[in-house]
Write a new protein. Structure first.
Length: 134
C-alpha cells in the first residue's frame, strides 16, 4: 500500500480553506443575528407608531396638526432599554373636502375605502345589513 504524506504546502492550503470557511460561516451567523435584531427593532418602532396613531385618533381634528407635527416618541426594547426615537409628522394636504356622494347614507362599519382619481371612494359596509353602495 502506498501512503502519501502531506506536504507543508498542502497543509497550509487546507488550513487556509478551513479558516476561510469558518470566517464566512461566522459572518453569515452575524448577519442572521443582525437581521433578527433589526426586524425586532422595526416591529417595536411600528408598535410605538401604532400607539401614537391610536392616541391621535382620539383627539379633536383641529388640534392634531399643532399637537403632533414633528412629535417624537421613544422606542424601547422588551426590557425597557432605549433603542432610538420615532417621529410623527402631520401635514395638511392642499385643497378642501368636496363631498360628492349621497348624503342619505346610513352610519356603517366594515366599509372599504380607496383613493382613485384624487378622490376617496367608500364602498359597502354593514349597518345591520350588508351594503354594496359606492
Amino acid at each position: 500500500m502506498n501512503k502519501k504524506a502531506l506536504t507543508l504546502i498542502e497543509i497550509v492550503i487546507a488550513s487556509m480553506v478551513l479558516v476561510t470557511i469558518i470566517i464566512y460561516s461566522l459572518l453569515a451567523f452575524n448577519n442572521v443575528l443582525f437581521l433578527s435584531e433589526h426586524s425586532s427593532n422595526f416591529s417595536l418602532a411600528m408598535e410605538g407608531a401604532q400607539a401614537i396613531l391610536e392616541e391621535i385618533k382620539s383627539k379633536p381634528i383641529d388640534t392634531i396638526k399643532s399637537d403632533y407635527s414633528g412629535y417624537t416618541f421613544d422606542i424601547l426594547d422588551k426590557s425597557g432599554n432605549f433603542l432610538g426615537k420615532g417621529r410623527v409628522d402631520v401635514e395638511e394636504v392642499g385643497g378642501g373636502w368636496n363631498f360628492q356622494g349621497n348624503a342619505g347614507w346610513s352610519a356603517r362599519s366594515g366599509h372599504t375605502s380607496v383613493v382613485f382619481d384624487n378622490k376617496i371612494w367608500i364602498m359597502g359596509g354593514y349597518d345591520g345589513n350588508y351594503l354594496n353602495e359606492v
